[in-house]
Ligand binder design. Structure first.
Ligand code: GDG
Length: 471
């Protein structure tokens, strides 16, 4: 095997590739997904190692990526069924996820989840040490691995460690509810650079460190003095691959498919919602607002059709199973109430689509309703904007998404305000074309300027700039 050792290591919960068995042969299949694909491309250029949970990888302990012309190494971390249940479905998805999105009543603070979370973070640290390569920079992703920075720091005091937190960071009175708040913060403080999407999330984090760890914090400059080191806290709003979405949407085949879709639906106005089925995404509230819109503005009957797609997600977690039932019931009630002989006001698609089909939906819509109750960023909003190559279409966006920080030309709403949301739909559909175009031009500019390549580059430059001379 050629030497693929490089300066950079990426560590994340999910791997960029899946191992598949076909006709008795093992092959690596790339996971589709915006961010992962871009990081994968970056690793193919830079070389190095990617360490991630290796679901279904069996005894395989390292593989060259891409398999046909290896540029970097992927080291899978195998997890037992119990670890998957306690570390992933438990502490990650039933503690840190709801806590960070302000859903305290959905948190299950169970000590067996915590113990497993600690053990799995240690497993990731071992995998890094055992990779046997020299890495100067490590970039850790997300809330599944908060203890890892401090674990890596122990053995390598001069290693440059960056951590990016992809979801909202809650305000101190909320975060402090966590029984293991101190351990989680001390874990993160093993980093040299901690990145968030929004200044608000960074402020919350700094405030939590002040309240829980009682160490000097400079909120103005975003830095923390801890354990004799200065830790930088920065804001790096994640972007998308603007060019990729824009090129896809410019393809004549996709444009034709979007035209056919509009013809099939036979509605003058198409409203679109695209989400993972998650209680943070505000799908139920959005459906209630659509129902209220139909009650309040009967002149739109027969003219409007809402498409809601929902990718099945975390189906082993109880909260997600009951959410699915709730959404099914809501959809049934609305279609039962309003469907007429020649008009179906609501179409619900409970599955994921190939990216080409997703762009077709983005392109066919007149209005996207992106109304999470809380979201770190929300990439769907940016993908929709990048796909509007004719600079048309409206966007209603929740004020509680990170995206609202930069997409200020969207119609910004409070997703909990059902009446206000119903009125916003009416406002958006009644907006003159010139105004829609003016807004969309500015939205596209904002998404294009800070794309995912900008995000990777600025984060890594900032991390490299913090390196101390090695000793
Ligand atoms: C977390 C944070 C933050 C959706 N349906 C299909 C499909 N998707 C893709 C979209 C988009 C992705 O899923 C969803 O990304 P989001 O950003 O909206 O949400 P999370 O998954 O919760 O991501 C979030 C993000 O991390 C990055 O930092 O923005 O706040 O929660 O890319 O395109 N993809 C395909 N078919 C579908 O049907 N192929």
């Amino acid at each position: 095997m050629t030497d693929r050792s490089g300066a950079l290591a990426i560590i994340s919960n999910r791997a960029p590739y899946q191992l598949k068995e076909r006709f008795g042969r093992l092959s690596c299949e790339r996971n589709v997904g915006g961010l992962v694909s871009v990081l994968d491309e970056m690793m193919c250029r830079s070389g190095g190692t990617w360490i991630a949970w290796g679901e279904g990888w069996g005894s395989c302990d390292e593989v060259g990526i891409p398999p046909d012309a290896p540029a970097y190494s992927l080291r899978p971390v195998p997890l037992t069924d119990q670890e998957v249940n306690h570390y992933y479905h438990g502490f990650s998805n039933r503690v840190l996820w709801p806590l960070s999105h302000y859903f305290l009543d959905r948190c299950h603070f169970r000590s067996e989840y915590w113990r497993s979370y600690q053990a799995v973070n240690e497993k990731f640290a071992r995998a890094f040490r055992e990779s046997g390569r020299h890495h100067d920079l490590v970039w850790i992703h997300d809330f599944h691995l908060t203890l890892l920075p401090a674990l890596l720091r122990k053995g390598r005091p001069h290693l440059s460690i960056g951590f990016f937190w992809h979801i909202p960071f809650p305000a101190s009175p909320v975060f402090r509810v966590l029984p293991w708040r101190e351990e989680v913060l001390r874990g993160l403080l093993g980093s040299d650079l901690i990145g968030f999407h929004l200044p608000l999330h960074a402020e919350h984090f700094l405030r939590c460190v002040q309240d829980v760890i009682h160490t000097p914090v400079d909120c103005e400059n975003g830095s923390i003095l801890y354990d004799g080191r200065v830790i930088k806290v920065g804001v790096f709003p994640v972007g998308i691959d603007f060019r990729k979405w824009s090129d896809l949407a410019s393809s004549p085949i996709i444009a034709e498919k979007a035209r056919e879709l509009r013809e099939e639906l036979g509605a003058k106005y198409i409203i679109l919602g695209v989400d993972r089925l998650d209680y943070t995404k505000g799908i139920r509230e959005r459906l209630l607002a659509f129902e209220r819109f139909l009650e309040k503005y009967p002149q739109f009957h027969g003219q409007v059709c809402m498409i809601q797609t929902a990718v099945p997600s975390r189906t082993r977690v109880d909260e997600y199973r009951s959410l699915r039932r709730e959404i099914d019931e809501c959809i049934g009630r609305i279609t039962g109430r309003f469907t007429a002989r020649k008009w179906i006001p609501l179409r619900y698609l409970y599955r994921g689509f190939p990216i080409e089909e997703l762009v077709t939906y983005y392109l066919a819509a007149d209005l996207a309703l992106i109304t999470p109750l809380r979201d770190g960023m929300n990439l769907v909003a940016k993908e929709y904007v990048a796909s509007r190559v004719k600079q048309d279409g409206g966007l209603i966006l929740s004020e509680f998404t990170g995206a609202a920080g930069t997409l200020t030309d969207a119609i910004i709403v409070n997703p909990y305000d059902i009446e206000g949301l119903a009125d916003a739909i009416h406002f958006a559909l009644s907006m003159p074309d010139t105004e829609k175009r003016r807004r969309m031009e500015r939205l596209r500019q904002a998404v294009k300027e800070r794309d995912v390549y900008w995000w990777c580059e600025t984060f890594l430059k900032s991390l490299a700039g913090r390196r101390e001379p090695s000793q």
